[in-house]
Design a protein around this ligand. Sequence first.
Ligand code: HEC
Length: 145
Amino acid sequence: MKKKIIYGLLAALIIIQFFPIDQNNPAVIDGQDYLASSQIPQETQTLIENACYDCHSNTTDYPWYFRPQPLGWCLKGHVKGGRSKINFSEWGSMSSEDQKHALHECIEVLEEKRMPIKSYTWLHGEAQLSDEQRAALIQHFGASH
Ligand code: HEC
């Protein structure tokens, strides 16, 4: 009986490998990107790109660990969830009201240390923010208000 369950689980694990995630990114439209559309120092741009862009833009990287399921589905869920809240690649298409709100929320999640998602920083050391970097980003988003 136990054996049957284990074989069943193994079979399921193999079958779900045939349902990969979509690794195509939506097109980035020239001039719409948050970083392209404003005067932001290079250092701050790099910070935002490293810490936020994999989930909040249309320039997501999909390393090998997006391939094994169900991990890939879970990670893609982060990308979908992140983009649905803020997509920096589509910044220019947002109303100024929505942009203001988004900047405000960015400050909030940084202050509360909710972003970048902790598990993401385990694999992306460059996204791990020091206290100074976090403070710099909070100041940046506050100044762009
Ligand atoms: C690993 C993916 C990932 C990274 C990296 C990431 N986010 Fe998010 N973000 C999400 C997901 C998923 C959500 C939606 C679910 C949630 O609210 O927790 C979200 C939600 C948000 C929200 C909406 C606020 C809210 O209460 O839901 C803001 C603002 C935000 N992120 C800003 C940022 C900023 C700024 C960075 C970089 C410093 C960042 N995120 C990095 C995945 C990510």
